[in-house]
Design a protein. Structure first.
Length: 330
């Protein structure tokens, strides 16, 4: 059985699994999370794979306290005030990512900001302290099903896709955290949760709006998913490329042996900074873990555009292709 009752020993065991790149079902006060080492691209890719997510949504980074948060994000005055009042607790803050902070680009879907929170759960805090790394964790369920509030729910949804589930009782809140964007000019609630915009307004001393409500007199809530900002390279992206132009960069997958340059020559002879391979072994999991970092490198390579070879549309390949299609449209 992968479910283990939380104790000093099992928390240590879970920490070792996380350090080695595995996945752990972690109790929090909101819902159970599917946790992985946020500094490890491959471990983060496993989260998306286990959930069967058809797209890469940025994930929440969990840390044990405000001090740890400061290693990864720029804490402004609003963030300081909100943390003082609501952490540990069900408030996630979107803040500018610190450059060189080491958090996986896949975890934040290539964005310049990070979602971060300190959970109000003893087991979660002890686990975070034991492993000494930040943990990326979405709700521990298959994509499209209900968020789990007990270890048994996690097991029913994810089965053997999770290496261990730490049982820490039922989640008290039972609803995901409030997501508060503090990276823009005015604070905005991107996802409603237990902590309301009014509660936050009071603490910050400024008006806090719900981003998902229409402004011009409309009552209907917008889908929070539609608000999701996406990382898009500055230069054009061309997908399903079967060759590459001389002034393009190539994002390959698998063997590049037969990839030609338009008008003659081989892709392997392009300047080094304009070739990246998502996975030489055609491993989709590895490709997912490299995707955002490589797109960024090629965006900065001086090329006119990025030609991307096609990837199989199966498993985590669906999420990669979804992301590439969006990058190509933008
Ligand atoms: O209560 C919770 O928040 C749970 C527990 C496990 O902590 N976690 C959770 O994570 O619900 P997840 O990955 O399902 O939700 C993350 C939310 C999404 O709505 C995502 O769009 C948003 O946070 N988000 C993450 N990073 C963001 C960013 N940089 N900018 C805007 N939104 C972001
Ligand atoms: Mg969820």
């Amino acid at each position: 059985m992968v479910i283990k009752s939380a104790s000093k020993k099992t928390i240590q065991e879970a920490a070792s699994i996380l350090i080695e790149g595995g996945l752990v079902g972690m109790p929090t006060e909101t819902v159970y999370g599917l946790a992985a080492n946020a500094l490890d691209d491959k471990a983060v890719a496993s989260i998306f794979e286990a959930k069967g997510r058809p797209a890469f949504n940025p994930l929440i980074i969990h840390v044990p306290d405000l001090e740890a948060a400061q290693n990864y994000v720029e804490i402004n005055d609003h963030a300081k005030a909100a943390a003082k009042r609501f952490w540990p607790g069900p408030l996630t803050m979107i803040l500018p990512r610190k450059s060189g902070c080491g958090i996986s680009e896949l975890a934040s879907a290539g964005l310049e900001t990070l979602a971060i929170r300190v959970p109000n759960h003893k087991v979660a805090i002890e686990l975070l302290k034991s492993c000494g790394v930040p943990l990326a964790a979405p709700s521990a369920n298959k994509s499209g099903s209900l968020s789990p509030t007990s270890p048994v729910h996690v097991h029913a949804s994810l089965k053997d896709k999770v290496d261990m589930i730490l049982a820490g009782g039922a989640s008290e809140v039972g609803l995901e955290s409030t997501v508060l964007d503090l990276s823009g000019e005015a604070p905005l609630v991107l996802r409603p949760g237990g902590i309301s915009a009014e509660d936050i307004s009071e603490v910050l001393g400024v008006n806090v709006d719900y981003a998902y409500l229409h402004k011009e007199g409309e009552q209907k809530p917008k889908s929070p998913g539609m608000l999701l900002k996406h990382y898009a390279p500055r230069i054009p992206v061309r997908i399903n490329a079967v060759d590459v132009a001389e002034d393009e960069a190539l994002l390959g997958f698998g063997s590049l042996k037969f990839m030609g340059v338009k008008g003659g020559g081989f892709a392997k002879d392009l300047p080094e900074e304009r070739i990246r391979n998502l996975s030489e072994e055609s491993d989709l999991h590895e490709a997912a873990s490299n995707l955002f970092a490589m797109l960024k490198e090629l965006d900065d390579s001086g090329a006119r555009a990025i030609a991307v070879m096609s990837l199989p549309d199966v498993g985590i390949g669906k999420a990669i292709n979804d992301r590439l299609r969006r990058a190509a449209e933008g």
